[in-house]
Each structure stands twice: as structure tokens, then as C-alpha cells.
Design a protein around this ligand. Sequence first.
Ligand SMILES: C[S@@+](CC[C@H](N)C(=O)[O-])C[C@H]1O[C@@H](n2cnc3c(N)ncnc32)[C@H](O)[C@@H]1O
Length: 212
Amino acid sequence: MSEPALPGGVERREIDGERRLATRGEPVYGEPTADGWRAWDPERSKLGGMLELGLETGLSGGETVLYLGAASGTTVSHVADFAGPTYAVEFAPRPARDLLNAAASRDRLFPLLKDARKPERYAHVVEADVDAIVQDVATRGQAEVAVRNARFLADDGRLLLAIKARSEDVTAEPDAVFEGALDRLREAYEVLETRRLDRYHEDHLGVVATPK
Ligand SMILES: C[S@@+](CC[C@H](N)C(=O)[O-])C[C@H]1O[C@@H](n2cnc3c(N)ncnc32)[C@H](O)[C@@H]1O
């Protein structure tokens, strides 16, 4: 079976003697580069892990993206290298400072110092009908955040969600945590695919979903 295609603007390039996932742009987190391409480390990025593991993300390049939980911009900087307008929501001021630096060399990356649980606070900025929501907030109530932000997603858009089991409950079995989160998610989304991301991120589930 052939692997799902990578989004346009994401390639496997020879960097530091290895074939690595890469995007074209200014380096952000000390990642190795070659010929203007920057390695995208799946061990530091849930979305990078999802692409490496061959999930059908639906990303083709050039799409409008709402990214929830941008932190200092490791993953969202790669997204903004290949996507169209990329709105990056992060509520912690410290990582947001680094996110602003990553955005300085990317004119399609728009950092928003906002709480992803309160989408009404950025609804006036984010275009309606984004093509993809990428979410990696790693806090309690991860499915709830995705449900609250479903209002921004186009009918045929994709939610690309990473669920961290320990952020919901440190003692529960990860599978039980994931089932609970998926039940909540199904109130607003149809779940298309799920995959454990453990090869790169322990006790994380990658989810691809589309609005119901
Ligand atoms: C695991 S880190 C994200 C890493 C990042 N996605 C990457 O790959 O580069 C989770 C981030 O989500 C942020 N976060 C958690 N809850 C949030 C919320 N309700 N609104 C906005 N950001 C939130 C945290 O401050 C943290 O920076």
C-alpha cells in the first residue's frame, strides 16, 4: 500500500546524512538545515509524528489553518512554511514571545495570545471556514477545546488532534482516557482515523476528524 502523500511544501530531504521530513523556511528551534530546508523532527512535533506515521491528514499545502496550543512555534512554524494563513493560538506569554520571533520571518503566521477554551475572544480575527484545525494543547479537557473550536472549521475541513492521556488523568489507562475523549469529540465531529503516536510521543493519540 502506498503512503498518503505529504502536503505540498513538505518533503523528505537529505539533511545531516539522513532523509528527514522538512519544510522550507528560517530555522526556529536549532533544527538542522540544508539548502534552505529545515528538518521537521517528529519527536518534537505531534503533527510531524502523524505525517511520519502516514495518517491521512488531508493537508495538501496552501490551506488556512487554525493551530491551537502553538507554544514557542516549533510545529506551527513548519505549518506556516507550507500552509496559507496560519492562526496560532497560545495563552502562555513566555512561549508566545518565541512564537512572535518565529512569526517575524513568516508573513502567513499570525500569533494570537488567547485562551483556546474561549474561541469567542478570537472569532473576530480568525476567518470562518478554515481548512484545518491542528490542536496540541496537552491540558485537561482536550476534546472540549476541539468541540468549542469546531465553529471555525469548513464542512469538509479536518481536525488534526493530539490527545495526551496524562493531561486528562495521570492514573487512568490511556485507552480509557482516549475513549472518553473520543466520545465527547463525536458530539461535534465524525472521527475518520485514530493512531497511537507512541513511536514518537508516549501515551498520545493522533486523531483525524471532520465536522458532523
Ligand atoms: C504540548 S505544548 C504545544 C507544543 C506545540 N504544539 C508544538 O508542537 O510546537 C502545549 C501548549 O498548549 C498551550 N495551551 C494549553 N492550554 C491552552 C489553552 N486553553 N489556550 C491556549 N494555549 C493553551 C500551553 O501553554 C502549551 O504551550
